[in-house]
Design a protein around this ligand. Sequence first.
Ligand SMILES: NC(=O)c1ccc[n+]([C@@H]2O[C@H](COP(=O)([O-])OP(=O)(O)OC[C@H]3O[C@@H](n4cnc5c(N)ncnc54)[C@H](O)[C@@H]3O)[C@@H](O)[C@H]2O)c1
Length: 340
Amino acid sequence: MASAPDFSQGLKLNQMTGSKAETTENLLKDIGNLRGKVILITGGASGLGKAFCLEAGKHGAKLVIGDLNEEGARSVADQIKKEGGEAVSGRCDVTDFKSQVQLFNLARKTYKHIDVCIPCAGLGEVDQLENELKKGADGEYEEPRMLQLKVNLIGVMYSVQLGLSHLKQNPSKDKAIVLIASIAGYMGLPMGSIYCAAKHGVMGLFKSLPPQAAVENIRVSVIAPFFVDTPILTYATKILLKDLPLAKIEDVVSSLLCTASSPSAAGRSYIIDPSGVYSSPWNATVEETNNVYHAIALRAEAILGVMGTFRSLDRALSPIGGIKAGLVAAIAIPAVMYFR
Ligand SMILES: NC(=O)c1ccc[n+]([C@@H]2O[C@H](COP(=O)([O-])OP(=O)(O)OC[C@H]3O[C@@H](n4cnc5c(N)ncnc54)[C@H](O)[C@@H]3O)[C@@H](O)[C@H]2O)c1
């Protein structure tokens, strides 16, 4: 039987091989490099992307903001301009390659070149992989939608391919691709299999790309935040995280500003947890510790255990109509959280 998680010791990410704690001052030491830099970012209408755009705009960067939420992206661009900065925005669906081509074209048409590419658009939703497949009218299983994989991995790969092609045409020696993984790129996330698979894919990109991109004077970095309070967190995730400390949005923004501005960020991963920011080399691994990640895994296992019991009951009761899956989740999740 596993012992209770010890939160007093923080998340212990500083136990990652070769990692070092980063101060805000150190993260922002090259912030002056941002002046005049053209930064293309997807998912800039909300959360982490929005917070970064507003801050980068204040430091003189020129932002090109693409998002499915066209109105939200325009409002961020308007706010940057109101504060004296430069920005343009456009509707972009990252899962549609042509839509991304148009966003990159908008950047080139407006600012001639691109210096930094940040594929930040992301999607979190209740994991379809946990549910039984639906059957169509023909009685066969329907194709699962896998939208999280398309947004969080395929969309990122489209941005990286376009980013490499456009950045290569810029003769500057100070160019960057900044990937957004997650702590789910380093470890498993029960009940979040598709999101986790996508973020592991992003980490695979990060571990492979730096030498190849360096040939074109493009540095590649990744940021990997623990949970941050933004609209991406589903109701179920918020329940799962009850009473656990979250990472701070200002630490994520400082890490993004660092990766966009500093040559020292080349080939490094910036892990943001509630106790601060730790940067690590590409091959760092998380040591198994009895910490908050362990707590989340235990909670998820308990919820899945209760849901499994209800599912067996549902099958047994199916001759008389069974019980609704939604009702099961509505009872099981709060019940487990209350007793843990
Ligand atoms: N908030 C967290 O806890 C957390 C932790 C680790 C990593 N991340 C990652 O950070 C990134 C930003 O997340 P956030 O927390 O700011 O979430 P958010 O929901 O606030 O913002 C995500 C943005 O992506 C946009 N988007 C979604 N699908 C899109 C599509 N198909 N095309 C274009 N835009 C699309 C949304 O409209 C939204 O503006 C994501 O990649 C996410 O996986 C977030």
